[in-house]
Design a protein. Structure first.
Length: 289
């Protein structure tokens, strides 16, 4: 690795790391430049293990010795010319807009997202994130999906970027382990009508997670997954659909989905945060081995 000590935070070579807290700017900038930012050694490790190519690293000086394994891995797989910019904790805070929790960042190359058909090939249980905009929730849902053996994730065009720094960090790098793609790409008119039709063509029963007059309980959904495959209401392949914070799923999604499913609750609580509700649904519907 080439260690390069940073003297000036206005150095153009570290421009990729500037103002990481400016969400709207970063959402436009990172995809346009074909990069994303991985934060913390664990996230960087999982990205590297998944074959994601580093462009550069930015490391707090006290963390250099602790990154020796990552540096060696990068040297072996991408050669010794990947630059590691070294700065003091104070410099990094001024550059990025916040204090790093685990003093390392890496700018990495984005990759072409696969098609929905590729991601869903062989899948029995998938999840769809409809317009979820809080990157903490995007990352938490990804992490639950990985932990609870969800086969694939689909992200609607208006959903937050799973590769955004905070989403990837909250996911603990599992965004590089669970197959995912955008359904409809950037076409905001594709979902829900065409998107749901595509899922039906691929053989998935679509379950909108929402409180509705004709919602079935999560227990009933599990019964249909676990009953005799010859039963008329048996579900073989399931797509669980989760909606945005506050508003939940769109009316069109609820009306066009095969089922509406709710999690039974007590004490007058009518809903859970989407990160929590997805974890409950993933655990309940897991494939029993």
């Amino acid at each position: 690795m080439r260690l390069i000590h940073v003297d000036n935070i206005d150095d153009e070579r570290i421009a990729a790391y500037t103002n990481l807290t400016e969400l709207q700017l970063r959402n436009r900038l990172e995809p346009a430049k074909g990069l994303f930012i991985a934060e913390s050694p664990k996230v960087i490790d999982r990205a590297l293990a998944a074959g994601r190519e580093p462009i550069s690293l930015l490391v707090e000086e006290p963390w250099i010795a602790g990154m020796s394994d990552e540096f060696e891995y990068i040297d072996q797989h991408w050669g010794p010319d990947i630059p590691v910019y070294v700065a003091s904790p104070e410099q990094l805070k001024r550059l990025t807009g916040y204090r790093l929790h685990r003093g390392a960042l890496s700018a990495m190359k984005r990759w072409p997202l696969p098609s929905v058909e590729e991601v869903c090939r062989g899948a029995r249980r998938i999840a769809v994130m409809e317009n979820i905009v809080d990157h903490t929730n995007v990352g938490a849902l990804m992490r639950s999906a990985a932990a609870l053996d969800v086969d694939a994730l689909l992200v609607t065009p208006s959903c937050g970027d799973p590769l955004y720094r905070r989403a990837a960090r909250v996911s603990m790098g599992t965004v590089f382990q669970v197959p995912w793609t955008r359904i409809g790409g950037d076409d905001t008119h594709f979902w829900p009508v065409q998107g749901l039709a595509q899922l039906h063509e691929l053989g998935f029963a679509t379950a909108a997670m929402a409180l509705d007059d004709d919602s079935i309980s999560l227990d009933e959904l599990v019964r249909r997954l676990d009953n005799d495959p010859a039963s008329p209401d048996h579900i073989d392949k399931l797509a669980l659909i989760f909606g945005t914070e506050g508003d939940g799923l769109s009316h069109r999604t609820i009306s066009d989905a095969d089922l509406t499913v709710k999690i039974p609750m007590s004490h007058g609580v009518d809903s859970l945060n989407v990160a929590a509700s997805s974890a409950v649904a993933f655990y309940a519907t897991r494939v029993k081995h």
